[in-house]
Ligand binder design. Structure first.
Ligand SMILES: C[S@@+](CC[C@H](N)C(=O)[O-])C[C@H]1O[C@@H](n2cnc3c(N)ncnc32)[C@H](O)[C@@H]1O
Length: 166
């Protein structure tokens, strides 16, 4: 049987958002609230040249998970649908690591101001990587099981947090 190994990760910063308990399912780029990341001073030199990119990946630890990890999850926006946790973006997973793509608005000293985020205020940041055109954009990407949902277009509005009245 495969051994279970534990790894130690270090928090490199903290994410500031207006969301205390309720956050969007995914980042809303047009979110008008203030979002920024404060990077620990010892890692600030690692931000050199980051401002040359428009978008970054933020990798963080969803530190406030209270639900037990299950191998199947029920995405809250897809009523009745049950999918494997690894076929989902649920934060309730064996390693509660989240991934969000955001636009860089500005970088001032150890603060990165960004477009909207989908995390609770104070979420610990583990890593930042640049989102690179072509490398990170697969032209034949699809919607996976979401394509099988009757009201896919409507569901996508929920996932993307786009206001609608139906
Ligand atoms: C569906 S997850 C998606 C996260 C990320 N964009 C991804 O795809 O990996 C977003 C949800 O995680 C939850 N969440 C955000 N920050 C969290 C935290 N620090 N601890 C636990 N849950 C969190 C919120 O309910 C939010 O709506």
């Amino acid at each position: 049987m495969q051994k279970s190994i534990n790894y130690k990760l270090e928090q490199i910063g903290i994410i500031k958002t207006p969301y205390q308990n309720n956050a969007p399912y995914q980042p809303i780029e047009a979110d008008k609230e203030e979002f920024y990341i404060t990077i620990n001073h010892r890692y600030v030199d690692g931000l050199k040249d980051l401002t040359k990119f428009h978008y970054i990946y933020l990798i963080y630890y969803a530190d406030r998970i209270i639900r037990k990890t299950e191998m199947v999850v029920y995405p809250p926006w897809a009523e009745g649908k049950k999918v494997g946790v690894f076929a989902s973006r649920s934060p309730v997973r064996p390693n509660p690591i989240g991934l969000s793509v955001v636009r860089i608005k500005n970088i001032v000293e150890n603060k990165i101001y960004t477009s909207g985020l989908d995390v609770f205020n104070g979420t610990p940041l583990l890593d930042i990587k640049p989102y690179i055109k072509d490398l990170d954009n697969k032209t034949d990407a699809n919607y996976g099981w979401i394509e099988e949902m009757d009201d896919m277009e409507h569901l996508m509005l929920h996932i993307k947090g786009i206001p609608h009245d139906y």
